[in-house]
Design a protein around this ligand. Sequence first.
Ligand code: PRX
Length: 634
Amino acid sequence: MLPQISSFSEYQDAYLRSISQPEMFWEEIAQAFEWRKPWEQTLNWNFTEPKIEWFAGGKLNITENCIDRHLANRGNQTAIIWEPNNPNDEVRKITYSQLSEQVNKFSNVLQAKGVAKGDRVCIYMPMVPEAAIAMLACARIGAIHSVVFAGFSSTSLSDRINDAACKVLITADGMLRGEKKIDLKQIADDAIKISPSIETCIVFDHKNFPIQMQNGRDFDWKELMSTSSAIHEATEMDSEDPLFILYTSGSTGKPKGVLHTTAGYMIYTAYTFKNVFQYQEQEVFCCTADIGWVTGHSYIVYGPLLNGATTLMFEGIPSYPDPGRFWSLIEKHRINIFYTAPTAIRALEVFGTEPFEGKDLSSLRVLGSVGEPINEEAWHWYHENVGKGNCPIVDTWWQTETGGILISPLANITPLKPAFATLPLPGVQLAILDEKGNELHGNSIEGNLCIKFPWPGMARSLYNDHERFKSAYFSTYANYYFTGDGCKKDEDGYIRITGRVDDVINVSGHRIGTGEVEDAINEHGYIIESAVVGFPHDIKGQGIWAFVICDREHHSYEELCNEAKAHVGKVIGAFARPDRIQVVKALPKTRSGKIMRRILRKIAEGDTSNLGDTSTLIDPSVVDLIKIGAEEIR
Ligand code: PRX
């Protein structure tokens, strides 16, 4: 049995053990899983190459742990509840036995299409159980899944397919998000035109939308499944064999293919799911993230299934058909644990308490928050209106690269402080460093958040680019994993995340690299240069502000800005559209040609009282002009 901490002193003990004897600590947890062959070496690591191996030599298949081992005792228990976009459409409930059958069948389908161990498979799907089935089938045959969020454009999709040279693309005809129709197959077709590695496209007919199928390349999911056998012997994987790639944004350059491996990720997501949420047998767990992001991977699919939990997948959006949708969802499915993002909470806060009227939320026991800092006001609103004052909020801090939650209260165990992610989980050795790279000690400190010892769920590399893995995370400070986040540690040793300290912005919990948005804007014929920064946004957390330079007169700057916004939507996806575009004559550049983003950030934040030293700028007068322009569009 996977250990479950049940008191604060147990947490403190576990934490101390995990630091003094990390290997022994994780070995004990690893015993709770099914191994085909035990591991030989628990941990082998250095943060210089960097090289991280957990449970080397062990053999297993994660799907035997997610599915097969539950069949004897909970074959008839619901594994996945699916709530459709339209609340009047039929709910689907899939038991562990049915999940097993579907995953085995789809494993055979993939194998028949020539997918073998180590091949990459791209999944571009709506929030339907088939997305999880596809992921699990990949894992069962040893293929590496790369799920791409279905809000990405065809260009972004093909960039990701090409980077990993995926052989198969799994998609659907389309989907509805609220009332918005998204033609996934059309987008997939456009992507495949520029993705030569794709040999096969498997299409799940979700909405019966009219689509074009290309003979010999495109196949219907249901047709393939109808003749597929429900038995598939899982492929034996090494602990360190890759499980999936998930692309995320960094400060610069193209998206990074974060690579996670099998055993460490499995153990870490399972352990954190059980302990952070304090999951109890038979409870219904609902995480509203999309499967295209890491939260969906770890806490809709892997973490819950590894624990034999019932996980709810919600296809829709919080505001459709009305702003009471989340609360109806909780009532309808008697949800016990509800895990969502601050941006959703802030968006719903605007509607007040009316959407709660007549809704019974008494099933709720634990609330969770993820993806961005939760401000105190939103925390209290969530606590009082949703949790009725008696559900703890676990504010979980983590990243695509960390695989699972690293800093969080344990529900009903860790004393809470609004807007604080509180304390590190067992096994997580935090370090707070100043700009010069000195590790700060004690309490009441502030600096850059790093981690100085490996935990099993951490990323092992960036797909096909280990050098970039090293430079992005292990070069800022020697021998530390640098998260890119800033934090404060208060007088009680509690951690509050203050946000990114690099050129990554967090818009509605979506992580966006400013460089990616700039590249997309610069494709506009009239724009020669741009600089993108984040600014505080009441609902989204951060909005996107782009300063652009045009090389010729445009008949309408408004039109130009709209075109540029639309273009970003087309190149990246609608979620990355800038909120504001400001045309400027020049950008604040130093003599070496570097844009002083710090100044632009301050202007976008509306905090221009102290812009700091501007003497190194080639032309400090551009700053005043930008300030005036910013006031006009604010
Ligand atoms: O800045 C932090 C923020 O989200 C970043 C990671 O984004 P991503 O890889 O997309 O993963 C999001 C879901 C785990 C972090 O570097 N972040 C995530 N959770 C929190 C947070 N910021 C503050 N508080 C959190 N609870």
